[in-house]
Structures are given as C-alpha cells and as structure tokens.
Write a protein that binds this ligand. Structure first.
Ligand code: ADP
Length: 471
C-alpha cells in the first residue's frame, strides 16, 4: 500500500518511539534476569565454600598440635600442605576423603594462619605462594583474592579452634583459639558462566529487538490507519472543492470571452452576459461561504460562543422566512409542537443554519401539492427536531451518503436549483459540534424524515422563594 504525503515519516517516527520504549523494557528485563542468575550462582559458590570450611574445621579441631607453627606434627595433621619455610612435598599426598575436593589445586586452596595472622601452612598453588600475591586480612570473612596469573578466588576465613581435654577427670573439654583457616575457591568457572550468560542475554535481547522492530512497524501502521483515512478524505475534499469551483469559473470565462468578440453597443447581449456572470458569481459565493463554514466547524479550536438558544423561536422564525418559498412551490408548510419552550446550548447562527438547510431541502425536493412539517418535542432529556416531507425520497444506498461532502443523488437537479452539495454535511457538522445526532428515514417516492437530537440546555434552578419554588 502506498502511503501519501507526510504519513511515511510519521509512521517511521512512531515506530521508532515504540521500538525505543520496547528496547528499554527488554534491556531492563534482560539485565535484571542476568543479575538474578549471577546472584544465584554466587550464592551457591558461597554456600559450597562455607560448607567445606565448616567440615574441614571440625575434622582438624581434634588433631591440631598445641602450638600454631610449622612443625612435623602439623604436616601430619593435613598431609599435602606446604609448611612455610620448607619445600612443598611433591607430589602431594592425599588428604582425608572429606577434604578430597579441596585438594583440587585448580579450584581450591587452604591456608592455615596463627592467631596473629602469620601464614604457617598452605596448599600448593595458593595465592600465598606467589611473592607479590595479595593476602587478605585473616579476620575478613569474605574477600576476593587475586592469585598467580591473575586468577581470582573467593576466600572465606574462619577462626580455627583446637579441642582441649583437661588433665583431671570430670572437667569439661574446652576449645582453645588456635589461629585461622582460609579456604579459597577459584572464580574461573563462575566467570566463564558469567561470560556465557552475558552473551546469551545479548543475543536474546538483540533477537527480541529485531522482532520488536517488525512489530513496531506493523503497530504504527495500524495506528496510522485512521489518520490515513482522514488524510485521504481531506485530499478528496480538496479535489472535489477544486472541481466544483472550476466549473463556474470556466463558465464565467467562456461568457466573458464570447462577449468580448461582440460589438460593445449590443445592449441586450450585455445584459444577458451580466445576468450569467451574476448567477455564476452568486453560486461561487455560496460555495465558498459553505466551504469556509465547514472549515470553521471542522476546526477543533473554533467552538464559537455558546449560549442558551430557543429552538422554538428559531423554528418559528424560519417557518415565517421559508413560508413564501413553500407557497411558491405549492407546498403546505406547518410547525407542530413548540408550545413548551425547548432550549439547547449552542451557537444561534449555526442552529438557524441547521434548521434552514433541512427546511429548504424539504421544500426543494417535494413536488407541488406536497407537505412539509417541522416538529419539535422533548424526549428523555433531549430536544428532538424533525423535518418531514412528502417529496421524492432518497434510495437506501444514497441514504448512507447524503451527509458526505458534495454528494448529490441527482447532481444535475441539485446544480440547477443552486445547491452546492454541502448543505447536509454542514448540518451534520453543526449537529456534531452541539454533541447531538442526526439520522434520516426515507422511502423513494413517499418522502423523507430528517431527525436531529440535541442535548437540552441545563436550566438553572429557580431562586428559593420564587413562585415556581413555592409550588
Ligand atoms: P444539495 O445542495 O444538493 O441540496 P445537500 O447536502 O443539502 O446538497 O443534499 C445532498 C443530497 O441529498 C441532495 O442532492 C439530494 O439528493 C439529497 N436530499 C437532501 N435532502 C433531501 C430531501 N428532503 N428529499 C430528498 N432528497 C434529499
């Protein structure tokens, strides 16, 4: 489908705004999920290290030598540990089964420190091995330590106690503060997982954005459809208006050009030409005023002065004004109702125009001997105005279109009678502006009824103590 005028750029702008909003939401949700998953992984690693540290502490407690210093006795407690100041045993012998996992030098290290925090033993490959390795303070429970080759470890430190059974019988065994146990777990696996999750999030978000871009383009197309329809209607209106204006102007020019070849003293011909020019000029004038009125009614800001207007008064005035035209057409024109006052809120000149257009149409499309009735009544908080005629009627297909601009059932007849084809669209615009509704019921050959419903004006309550108030 080809999109006219400024519509494509507006659609692009709308789609971009949709995409930006969806993009922010997607990125927010993606990174939120990424953060949650990483947090869960981190917590799992912490739990694992805590459990290992607890188990190891409980196993070492009864075996620790009284003195916290590098000694052969200490080397026997945790075989495979390197004592500070001595070469590491190679290959390291196996630790007890419960600590098998921490002997994996790729993933874990263990360090023993005395009460002052001085390192006394460590597993091979622990960060304490490297000459410039950063050693975290022993009382820091959780820390991240960078080891050899820049590898990072999550380190957990706890106080190490030694079980002490007193010499005399019956006394309770006590626990003596021995030093510190530090367990480090490599973060390499976690960082690989983080990288994997990061790229997975990026890929999913980018793919989702591509789908969102297509969806945004489609949604903006849907949103622009009513605008497109309004734009097309506007274009059609402009084309029709230009077409309608061109015919009378062409006629004027033709008459003027034809007359310019004739003798200037030809008086009757001059008069005839002036009559044609006058007629066409009047038609142009009517058309242009109707177009201007429609433009005013269409403009959202031009509400016009709103005041209480008596429909009864307007109907009486117009019955009087159009009486002569009705009599000339051999029609019986009547006003029914209007005994009680019917007031609506609006613009009086527009309401005059509304009723007069309906009455003049009824007179225009009713053959001699027919009847035109204007009736007024109140119905469920609304003013109901009906213009009924016994004229030519409107066929059902045309009934849908009579309120369209420049629509005429019989263009030749309408033009001959001086109609612009805008009368009913002006009526519909005035009704819309007064928040009312209009519909037509018609039977070809029998006549038509145009019904207008307008909200009644809210009348202020009579002052307390007035005659009406006392009744
Ligand atoms: P026009 O200037 O042609 O009267 P309108 O907008 O007032 O333009 O009316 C549009 C068309 O509706 C008319 O051309 C005519 O065919 C039809 N129409 C309007 N009122 C009546 C009516 N009372 N009876 C029959 N046809 C009508």
């Amino acid at each position: 489908m080809a999109w006219p005028g400024p519509i494509p750029s507006s659609r692009l702008r709308l789609a971009s705004v949709y995409l930006a909003v969806i993009g922010v939401i997607l990125y927010g949700a993606g990174y939120g999920l990424f953060g949650l998953l990483m947090r869960a992984n981190w917590t799992a690693v912490e739990r694992e290290v805590e459990t290992l540290a607890g188990t190891l502490h409980d196993s070492l407690k009864p075996l620790l030598p009284p003195e916290a210093r590098p000694s052969p006795q200490l080397a026997r407690v945790l075989p495979g540990l390197c004592l500070v100041g001595e070469p590491c045993p190679s290959p390291p012998s196996l630790l007890p089964r419960h600590a098998v996992s921490i002997t994996d030098p790729e993933r874990f290290y263990v360090r023993l420190l005395d009460r002052r925090g001085a390192l006394i033993a460590h597993s091979p490959g622990s960060p304490g091995d490297a000459p410039r390795a950063k050693v975290a303070r022993p009382d820091t429970v959780w820390s991240v330590v960078t080891g050899q080759g820049g590898e990072r470890f999550l380190q957990y430190a706890i106080h190490l106690h030694r079980s002490h059974t007193p010499a005399h019988q019956g006394a309770k065994p006590t626990e003596l503060d021995w030093g510190y146990l530090q367990i480090g777990r490599s973060l390499r696996g976690l960082e690989t997982e983080r990288e994997r999750l990061w790229w997975a999030t990026q890929t999913i978000v980018v793919l989702a954005l591509l789908v969102a871009a297509l969806a945004s383009w489609w949604l903006s197309g849907l949103a622009m459809r009513p605008l497109l329809a309004a734009y097309r209607q506007q274009e059609q209106f402009t084309a029709d208006a230009a077409h309608e204006l061109r015919a009378p102007v062409a006629n004027l020019l033709a008459v003027v050009e034809a007359h310019s070849t004739q003798a200037p003293a030809d008086q009757p011909a001059t008069r005839e030409m002036l009559a044609v020019v006058h007629r066409q000029g009047q038609r142009l004038n009517r058309l242009i005023s109707d177009l201007l009125l429609l433009a005013r009614l269409d403009a959202p800001e031009a509400a016009g002065p709103s005041e209480p207007c008596s429909l009864v008064q307007i109907a009486r005035d117009l019955i009087e004004e159009t009486g002569e035209a009705a009599a000339a057409a051999g029609l019986d024109l009547q006003l029914v109702g209007g005994e009680q006052d019917i007031t609506v809120q609006g613009t009086e000149s527009d309401l005059y125009r509304l009723v007069s257009n309906l009455l003049l149409n009824a007179i225009q499309y009713t053959p001699s001997g027919g009847e035109v009735v204007l009736s007024l009544r109140r119905e469920r908080g609304q003013a109901v105005l009906e213009v009924q005629d016994t004229g030519i009627g409107i066929n059902p297909v045309d009934q849908q279109r009579v309120f369209d601009r420049f629509f005429r059932s019989d263009p030749g007849r309408s033009r001959r009678q001086g109609g612009t084809g805008l009368g009913l669209s002006i009526v519909a615009a005035i009704v819309r502006r007064h928040r009312g509704e209009i519909f037509v019921v018609s039977k070809p050959g029998s006549g038509s009824v145009f019904t207008v419903k307008l909200p009644l004006a809210i009348t202020p309550a009579p002052p307390a103590g007035s005659a009406a108030g006392r009744r």
